[in-house]
Design a protein. Structure first.
Length: 182
């Protein structure tokens, strides 16, 4: 497989199930890091004009998307789901004409992993942002990253993908992305 080379015109962002009640079950320090990195990823994606999709797993039970992220996503309606994997007809439509899908969310070893596997199976090239995913337990997070990589994902970080998409400094987008990830 060739090295990862992201281009704005063929990359999208998919946020999976970052919901209030699920977030409450996460280790606080890891959750703070994950939410901060995910917020930076969202702002970077917006600065680069990437399409953004959002899912919520059984929102009646797990609540809505965490407010700190939801506020960064005006006009983006979450796709409600019951299946662990997020790829359905609505999601496929949102990813049309994209090759790379940046993935962030909860939990690494369940919905994130199963979505990455679906994306790979359907010919997408998922890029899992390791610092923007989380599980309740460290062992599940670590195994989820390994499972995702085994399923065909490139495991990277928020900064790695955003700077790859930028390609150069000194642009208005660079300034917005740099501010978002501080």
């Amino acid at each position: 497989m060739s090295a990862l080379r992201l281009r704005r015109e063929d990359t999208a962002l998919l946020l999976i199930d970052v919901q209030e009640r699920l977030a409450a079950a996460m280790p606080p320090a890891e959750l703070e890091r994950m939410l901060r990195r995910t917020a930076g990823l969202i702002e970077g994606a917006r600065a680069l004009a990437l399409p953004i999709s959002l899912t919520e797993q059984y929102p009646r039970g797990l609540g809505p998307t965490v407010a700190s992220l939801r506020d960064r996503l005006p006009g983006i309606a979450p796709v409600e789901k019951l299946r662990f994997g997020a790829l359905d007809e609505r999601m496929r439509a949102g990813l049309a004409n994209r090759v790379h899908v940046l993935v962030a969310g909860m939990e690494t070893h369940v919905c994130v992993y199963q979505t990455v596997r679906q994306l790979s199976d359907e010919g997408f090239r998922p890029v899992l942002c390791a610092d923007a995913v989380i599980s309740r337990f460290a062992i599940d997070h670590a195994q989820g990253l390994r499972l995702a990589e085994g399923a065909g994902a490139t495991v990277a970080t928020v900064e790695a993908v955003l700077f790859d998409l930028l390609g150069e400094a000194g642009t208005p987008e660079f300034k917005r992305v740099s501010a978002a990830i501080r």
